[in-house]
Write a protein that binds this ligand. Structure first.
Ligand code: NDP
Ligand code: PYR
Ligand code: MG
Length: 761
């Protein structure tokens, strides 16, 4: 792990404009509903709706638990708020809480494949709120209450738990407590402290704070050693102002009246209050090796930089993703509900919470898997002051935490559908992971560790500028925008884009000192292909693809991204004039298609029009290489319209010959063909060919020709709702990526990150 806070900052904050655009782009917001059954024919309609739907209706009326068999209830969580304590922003109302609630819903899906829907309830009246949620019970398998202020949240949760037969979980209380306790267990271990004698001060006495304190006490802390503070200062016995029964339960006998007094000599500080509440002087006054969890969102009570300026012996955590040790309930709620839903738990009890906290704490002590290690580029995170809690993208969270929660639910007798084989359950959980998101995350993390200089060749385009700003803001390296400086600045001004941020460089080819060197280089390459010196000079002076490619070729930049203003093949020709093919390789395009949790690589989606058998074999090898670099073990299907000889035809013959060539080359990955796409992608169909050499469904599809590759990926995207990334250009000696015309800023930024990731590979 990195040693200093500055080095370890892994992700910069986004700009306000980026945040607004992210939410406004395309379909506003972050959620949509998808049907899981076909709705295409009269028969489908008759089954899905009247008359067919009457059958499950009657079955559920007879036996309510059948709702879990015939409806989405068993995997559906309601994320419900009234917006009275939105993050640390205060009471901004139900409507304003919607972005956070949509966010929680997508995190449920992204991290644990739990479906959820946000419900913002426009009342601050406790009875009205309880009544509203209570009557929604039949819709859901669980209720996640969110951002409801204390003390209302305590009453609301308690009353709902009494009247509902599904888990009701106030995330800000218990989610936060579970994660904070997991981090605390490890921080105490690292500093050699005993729970019984550790002195903890918690600033904030609301939902999150009270729940944390209760869980901590239940795990062995002594009441006298815990001091709570709120806006009125220390919560001492006898205090009357601003009190409620939940605060009173934790009031201590003390002469301390302010946070500053309480925190002096304290071992641990928990911040669950507001930005900036802990001062540098307070940090100075704490005990040796202090543990400081500044968990207010979006801005902590004190930043790690501020703490680092004062002392270097602190273990520091925040609620944010851009510092190490993110103590945030995102590490909890998706997995806790996953486990609870899978055993149909009637509640989420203390045993399940403690099991989750212990599973999280244990994960941080284990060796991290390669997937996480890759993100740290050789600096494999190791249990220690900068790594006390797993990172949110750790794939083990999904297999370990729900399993621990499910086991605790069964052991404590609240599981209505126990799981017999927990090992098999762990494997099922792993299969729920969203693979492409982890892949992209890995790419981004690694680039952050090894930032690269990437040329954005079409620097005068607004969305290219936005992509460059996003690249720089995410601390992926330097984004070099090529263009006329004045034009770029004017365009940026008009569009409200700030180019004066660290990590952005503007380069004008016309006035560059490198024009001569690039021209010489290009002339040496092209003089025997009919180009005069002045032709090369003109290309360097006036064409940004040539200039940018030469920057990369001569080491002035690491990588380049282009393509928004010129069609793919023209941009590729420009690049090829300046950059060689990697020895022993072939230039092809590989697209990544993600559809319903499955990722397949499709090749060649960009370059070779009508490949012969040798070329098809080369494409298979290149694509398998890409799969490996992205962390997948390739299973390559050589696709055709026919399967293993039937129906016969010349095109299929060519694909079959490619398989023979791969046999002769003795390649080190699984491949087979020719086969139709359904054989490659559907295990049941594949099983009809028991001799097929693939050990599972294919994850690399080699198309018989460019047109079928391009048509199928575009159809997947437009009709199948797949996310398609690429084509990624592979086989060049330098890392250059070409996006398609009309690519959005996020596509360009992704491609720039991929280009940076591929440098030197
Ligand atoms: N990292 C994470 O995962 C999570 C972080 N949080 C963060 O914790 C904070 C509190 O959230 P939550 O408990 O839901 O909110 P609540 O509204 O329930 O509680 C807020 C508490 O903070 C206290 N407070 C506010 N300002 C100050 C101050 N200047 N000094 C001392 N105490 C203060 C309030 O005091 P009083 O009682 O006097 O009004 C109250 O006790 C937020 O910043 C939130 O983002 C919450 C959940 C998860
Ligand atoms: C993380 C969270 O739930 C909060 O800050 O409110
Ligand atoms: Mg919250």
């Amino acid at each position: 792990m990195p040693e200093s806070v500055n080095e370890s900052r892994s992700m910069s904050t986004v700009t306000e404009q980026e945040a607004l655009e992210f939410h406004a782009r395309g379909r506003p917001g972050k959620l949509e509903i998808n049907a899981t059954k076909p709705m295409a024919t009269q028969r489908d309609l008759s089954l899905a709706y009247s008359p067919g739907v009457a059958v499950p209706v009657k079955a559920i009326a007879e036996e309510p638990s059948r709702a879990f068999d015939y409806t989405a209830r068993g995997n559906l969580v309601g994320v419900i708020s009234n917006g009275t304590a939105i993050l640390g922003l205060g009471n901004l109302g139900a409507l304003a809480s919607k972005p956070v609630m949509e966010g929680k819903a997508v995190l449920f899906k992204r991290f644990a494949d739990v479906d959820s829907i946000d419900l913002e309830v426009g009342t601050e009246d406790i009875d009205e709120f309880v009544n509203c949620v209570k009557h929604l019970g039949p819709s859901f398998g669980g209720i996640n209450l969110e951002d409801i202020k204390a003390p209302d949240c305590f009453i609301i949760e308690q009353r709902l738990r009494e009247v509902m037969d599904i888990p009701v979980f106030h995330d800000d209380q218990h989610g936060t407590a579970i994660i904070a306790v997991a981090g605390l267990i490890n921080a105490l271990h690292l500093t050699g402290r005993d729970m019984k004698t550790t002195k903890l001060v918690c600033n904030g006495a609301g939902a999150a704070a009270i729940a944390c304190i209760e869980l901590i006490k239940s795990m062995g802390f002594t009441s006298e050693n815990i001091t709570l503070c709120d806006t009125k200062g220390v919560i001492y016995q006898g205090r009357e102002e601003g009190m409620n029964q939940w605060k009173s339960a934790h009031a201590v006998k003390t002469s301390d009246r302010t946070l500053a007094e309480a925190v002096e000599g304290a071992d641990v500080f928990f911040g669950l209050s507001v930005k900036g509440a802990l001062t540098e002087d307070m940090v100075r006054s704490m005990a040796g090796n202090p543990i400081i969890f500044a968990m207010a969102n979006p801005d902590p009570e004190i930043t790690p930089e501020e703490v680092a300026r004062i002392r270097d012996d602190a273990i520091m955590a925040t609620g944010r993703s851009d510092y190490p040790n993110q103590v945030n309930n995102v590490l909890g709620f998706p997995y806790i509900f996953r486990g609870a839903l899978d055993v149909r738990a009637s509640t989420i009890n203390d045993a399940m919470k403690i099991a989750a906290a212990e599973a999280l704490a244990n994960l941080a002590r284990e060796n991290v898997p390669d997937e996480v290690a890759a993100a740290y580029r050789g600096n494999r995170p190791r249990f220690g002051p900068h790594y006390i809690i797993p990172v949110p993208f750790d794939p083990r969270l999904l297999s370990d935490v729900p399993r621990a929660v499910a086991r605790a639910a069964m052991d404590s007798g609240v599981a209505q559908r126990p799981i017999v084989d927990l090992e098999a359950y762990g494997r099922e959980l792993s299969a729920r992971r969203d693979p492409i998101a982890s892949t992209l995350q890995r790419i981004y993390q690694r680039v952050r560790r090894q930032p690269r200089r990437v040329v954005f060749a079409e620097g005068e385009e607004e969305h290219v500028m936005r992509a460059a700003v996003s690249y720089a803001n995410q601390q992926l390296g330097t984004a070099i925008l090529l263009g006329r400086i004045e034009q770029m600045e004017e365009m940026a001004n008009q569009a409200g884009i700030d180019l004066e941020i660290p990590g952005i460089e503007l380069v004008n080819a016309r006035v560059s000192r490198r024009v001569e060197a690039y021209t010489e280089y290009l002339y040496a390459r092209l003089q025997r292909s009919g180009y005069l010196y002045r032709d090369c000079q003109r290309l360097i002076n006036t064409d940004r693809n040539h200039f940018g490619s030469c920057m990369v070729a001569l080491g002035d930049a690491d990588a380049m991204v282009t393509g928004t203003t010129r069609n793919y093949s023209t941009a590729l020709e420009d690049v090829r004039r300046c950059v060689d093919v990697k020895p022993g390789h072939r230039v092809i395009g590989v697209s990544l298609a993600l559809c319903r949790g499955r990722t397949v690589l499709v090749a060649d989606t960009a370059v070779i029009d009508m490949p012969d058998s040798e070329e098809l074999a080369d494409i298979a090898e290149e694509a398998a290489g890409v799969a490996r670099r992205l962390g997948y073990e390739p299973r390559v299907a050589m696709l055709a319209y026919s399967t293993f000889g039937h129906p016969p035809g010349e095109r299929a013959e060519r694909v079959r010959e490619a398989v023979n060539i791969l046999d002769k080359r003795r390649v080190d990955f699984e491949y087979d063909g020719e086969m139709a796409a359904d054989v490659a992608l559907n295990l049941d169909v594949m099983r009809q060919y028991p001799f097929c050499r693939l050990s599972g469904t294919a994850n690399v599809l080699v198309m018989p020709a460019f047109h079928s590759a391009s048509i199928s990926t575009k159809m997947l995207q437009e009709l199948g709702g797949s996310t398609v990334i690429g084509p990624l250009l592979v086989g060049l000696d330098k890392s250059i990526q070409i996006v398609s015309m009309g690519a959005r800023d996020s596509d360009i930024a992704n491609m720039a990150a991929i280009a940076a990731y591929n440098v030197g590979s």
